[in-house]
Design a protein around this ligand. Structure first.
Ligand code: ZN
Length: 326
């Protein structure tokens, strides 16, 4: 039986760039572009132009999916469904993301968080392979948590906001007020990249490995991991983002997490920490890959697990994909 052709459109919408792409049923990327995130009119206009050009060339899209920075309104019955809501990113508050594309693209549409899309990408090509329930955390300009539960991105009334939980203050870190514009010293306010810079007067990239910043940082990230362990009971927690890149942060978090879990529960005690706390491995375009997979699922009601089974360079393999600038 010959399968019907499928044309998938996807965007990974980030604070600095929008990655837009078109792929077919096999996951082969037919076209891809990187658009700088400036004003909504400029960036969304350029994205629409890209899709219009390729729809004219390849035909109508079977489904279209966006993975975006948030917070987002994801509840289909909410009046602002499809919008970016109270983001601190200037000019992007209350931008009707899906509404914009509905005006120019006729296809079933899906929207999810950038971190949920990255989690889907990690499940296909990275550290989430073979797992149905795991967490994907990014610690960079903010702290985002994606949850794959039972093989699908978790979202209830809206997406989780685990980056904004409040944790006990780390030893030696009681005076810094935190930088979250909403909560001050929530996790993101204390431990994202800009918080490290605000606390120490130097960026995460320039602080040496023996600086006390990293012990404090590991304490907060381990606090998040302890909470995720108890609430979600994931098979793995993937920790990515610029702050995790150096200073043996995964090892520091493992050590701090063991202390925090305090030997409670035999199944948690039995966790292999080297396996449980992992780095992402699906490459820098995991979010776009995940958005393509969600578009595929929107069109077919199935996950494209065949992409993961045979992933030569012609399939979506983010590390091998050359991007051209718009
Ligand atoms: Zn906060």
């Amino acid at each position: 039986m010959v399968e019907a052709p499928l044309l998938l459109g996807a965007i990974e919408a980030g604070g600095t760039k929008f990655l837009c792409g078109i792929a077919d049923r096999s996951g082969t990327v037919l076209a891809q572009v990187r658009i700088p995130t400036t004003t909504p009119a400029e960036t969304l206009g350029a994205a629409s132009d890209f899709f219009a050009e390729h729809i004219a060339r390849h035909g109508p899209l079977s489904a279209f999916s966006v993975g975006s920075f948030g917070p987002l309104s994801l509840n289909p019955v909410a009046p602002d469904h499809g919008s970016i809501t109270s983001t601190p990113k200037a000019g992007w508050q209350d931008v009707d993301l899906l509404g914009h594309f509905r005006r120019t693209i006729e296809a079933p549409m899906a929207l999810d968080t950038d971190v949920n899309c990255a989690a889907v990408g990690e499940r296909l090509f990275g550290s989430g392979r073979g797992l149905d329930t795991f967490c994907y955390v990014t610690i960079g300009t903010g702290i985002g948590v994606g949850l794959l539960v039972g093989g699908a991105p978790h979202g209830g009334a809206n997406h989780p906001e685990a980056g904004h939980i409040r944790l006990p203050r780390a030893e030696g870190d009681h005076d810094f007020p935190g930088i979250c514009p909403f909560h001050g010293d929530c996790l993101e306010g204390l431990a994202c990249g800009p918080a490290i810079k605000a606390r120490w007067g130097a960026s995460a990239e320039t602080l040496p490995s023996d600086h006390p910043a990293w012990t404090i940082e590991a304490d907060y990230i381990a606090g998040l991991c302890a909470t995720l362990t108890y609430v979600v009971r994931p098979d793995r927690i993937i920790l990515g983002g610029g702050v995790m890149d150096k200073h043996a942060m995964h090892a520091r978090v493992r050590d701090a997490l063991i202390t925090k879990l305090a030997g409670y529960d035999s199944s948690i005690r039995a966790l292999d920490m080297d396996d449980y706390i992992a780095a992402p491995t699906a490459g820098p375009s995991a979010g776009l890959t995940g958005a393509f997979a969600i578009a595929y699922r929107t069109a077919t009601r199935q996950w494209p697990m065949h992409w993961a089974e045979s992933a030569p360079d012609s399939l979506i393999a983010p590390a091998h994909t050359e991007l051209s600038d718009a």
